[in-house]
Ligand binder design. Structure first.
Ligand code: MG
Length: 164
């Protein structure tokens, strides 16, 4: 089976009165991301990249937002569940790269904390997780801080079955 690649994307609206969770980290800000779960668009994009590479559908199919079990759940827990599925299929994560599009707040000061949160779950070293942040140059709804969008690509490796 060799190597497999997956692409993920997510966007969540920014609303007042929500805690901003991104990359498994709570970031102090005046607004947070709306969602059935904690709204962590970065983890959701990573999950879809992993599921795409694994041929396992997408986050909406696995964790429907109509299911009360997932209301307010930390997205890191969803990611742990996806990693279990990958391990069952004998798939290991090789590398994940991401882009966060956020007009505000500044993401760069939180990148190391995001790596602290995500690398142990993904079982990859810090230099195998890319987290890059950009603003939208003030353009459109993203530029007016109405939402944060995230992209992720994931490379998986198939572990060959052990010979007995
Ligand atoms: Mg989402």
């Amino acid at each position: 089976m060799g190597t497999r690649i997956g692409l993920g994307y997510d966007i969540h609206r920014m609303v007042k009165g929500r805690v901003l969770c991104l990359g498994g980290v709570e970031i102090p800000h005046s607004a947070g991301l709306l969602g059935h779960s904690d709204g962590d668009a970065l983890i959701h994009a990573v999950i879809d990249a992993l599921l795409g590479a694994a041929g396992q559908g997408d986050i909406g199919r696995l964790f429907p937002d109509t299911d009360p079990r997932y209301r307010g759940i930390a997205s890191a827990e969803l990611l742990r569940g996806v990693m279990l599925r990958l391990r069952r299929k004998r798939l290991a994560v090789v590398h994940v790269d991401t882009v966060i599009l956020a007009q505000s707040p500044r993401i760069a000061p939180h990148v190391e904390a995001m790596k602290d949160a995500l690398c142990p779950i993904l079982s990859i070293p810090r230099d195998s997780l890319g987290i890059k942040a950009k603003t939208n140059e003030g353009l459109g709804l993203l530029g007016r801080e109405r939402a944060i969008a995230c992209w992720a690509v994931a490379l998986l490796r198939s572990r060959a079955a052990k010979k007995s």
